[in-house]
Design a protein around this ligand. Structure first.
Ligand code: SF4
Length: 228
């Protein structure tokens, strides 16, 4: 499968924030978020072909046994189930970070589901040529529900503007049952300043509805540099 990068860092987002983890980032995505923070996996995908065995060998050198499979969209990779089955057999704790548009039968300890909101649709970028594809594909409640039923989960939504929260509530209604403490709202931004700009209104919304406010610790710790 095509791998953009493998690195060892601190999980910066979600219920496992702070846990030292190996990160395996696949290249390639079926969406094109306008604010994508890993354009080298989506808008301009690049990477190196690696087998599941080579990936396992690489991350086994790290001292943690937590692995985060991320992207791009990791569920696109045909060999991903094989990789995850090997890691599971070796006793790794597996987090899969996905936009929740493709479901596969995989071993997974935490499905980190990040459905994309209307504010992510790239109407302006590259003449809007990916806008229709993105808009039609970004929200698949049937797929998100399948992940929630199969695994421990967190629903992590990137919030760019206050009206995004109304859309999140509409999405949640389509999912029927959910645990509000597993709904995490994360400010959109790739610098501390951008995050701070959205944190005020977002913390108020979390308090009102009982959702979790989701930090991006790696931006505070490392400035959001690639490989962190
Ligand atoms: S789903 Fe993730 S990787 Fe794909 S374009 Fe959106 S932010 Fe980037």
């Amino acid at each position: 499968m095509r791998i953009s990068e493998i690195f060892y860092s601190i999980q910066g987002e979600g219920l496992l924030t702070g846990v030292p983890s190996a990160f395996v980032r696949t290249s390639g995505c079926n969406l094109r978020c306008t604010f994508c923070d890993t354009p080298y996996t989506s808008w301009n995908p690049s990477g190196t072909e690696m087998s599941p065995t080579a990936i396992v060998d690489t991350i086994s050198k790290y001292p943690s046994r937590h692995v985060v499979v991320t992207g791009g969209e990791p569920m696109l990779a045909p060999e991903m189930p094989d990789l995850l089955r090997i890691l599971d057999a070796l006793g790794w704790h597996i987090t899969v970070e996905t936009a929740g548009t493709i479901f596969k039968d995989i071993p997974c300890d935490l499905a980190s589901l990040s459905p994309k909101l209307a504010s992510s649709t790239p109407y302006e970028r590259e003449g809007g040529k990916f806008a229709l594809m993105h808009e039609e594909g970004r929200w698949r409640p049937d797929i998100v529900r399948a992940f929630m039923d199969a695994h421990e989960y967190q629903l992590k939504c990137v919030i760019d503007r206050p009206e995004d929260c109304t859309e999140v509530q509409s999405m949640l209604r389509q999912l029927d049952e959910f645990d509000s403490h597993r709904v995490l709202l994360m400010p959109q931004g790739q610098t501390p300043e951008e995050l701070a700009k959205r944190s005020g209104f977002l913390s108020d919304i979390c308090k009102e509805h009982g959702y979790r406010f989701c930090q991006r610790l790696h931006i505070d710790l490392y400035g959001g540099k690639r490989g962190t």
